[in-house]
Design a protein around this ligand. Structure first.
Ligand code: AMP
Length: 143
């Protein structure tokens, strides 16, 4: 199982923003779409940053509610860890555990091509483990 297979099942749609969008607009998008993070891209579709609900809560907690009027570039993480379609499920689990984040944008030819969340990784991991258990049971039953 790799990133390409996960994207085939869930689709490639990613909710994005531009660096100059207000943090308030980004918070509204995150709420409306019921997602945990949003990817900031430039006009060419290249990843410029990522902003999660945690960044917004921390920003308000540290700087106050007026931060909502600031551009999202003030708050986003600019050093974004991305992955390719060839990354395996195990590699994705390692990347998220080490980086302590729950979202990884997928980049193909320098452009945003999908996003993998910790929910996707856990879901496919459980499915793979269940498949293995079923195969083991069948093997033991027929052996
Ligand atoms: P999350 O777990 O996605 O809510 O993100 C927790 C923190 O990590 C926030 O500060 C995010 O901006 C940051 N973050 C999320 N995803 C990534 C990523 N792929 N690369 C780098 N930082 C990230």
């Amino acid at each position: 199982m790799n990133v390409a297979a996960i994207l085939k099942a869930k689709g490639r749609l990613v909710t994005t923003a531009r660096a100059e969008d207000s943090i308030e607009d980004v918070a509204r998008k995150i709420a409306a779409k019921r997602i945990g993070a949003l990817v900031v891209v430039n006009e060419a579709g290249a990843v410029q940053g990522i902003v999660s609900e945690r960044d917004i809560v921390r920003g308000i907690g540290e700087k106050g509610i007026d931060i909502l009027r600031r551009p999202v570039s003030d708050l986003m993480t600019k050093n974004v860890v991305t992955c390719s379609e060839q990354h395996s499920l195990d590699e994705m689990m390692g990347v998220m555990t080490q980086g302590r984040f729950r979202h990884v944008p997928v980049v193909v030819d320098g452009k945003l091509a999908g996003i993998i969340s910790i929910g996707d990784v856990v879901k496919h991991h459980i499915a793979a483990v269940q498949l293995e258990v079923t195969a083991m049971r069948e093997y033991l039953a027929t052996g």
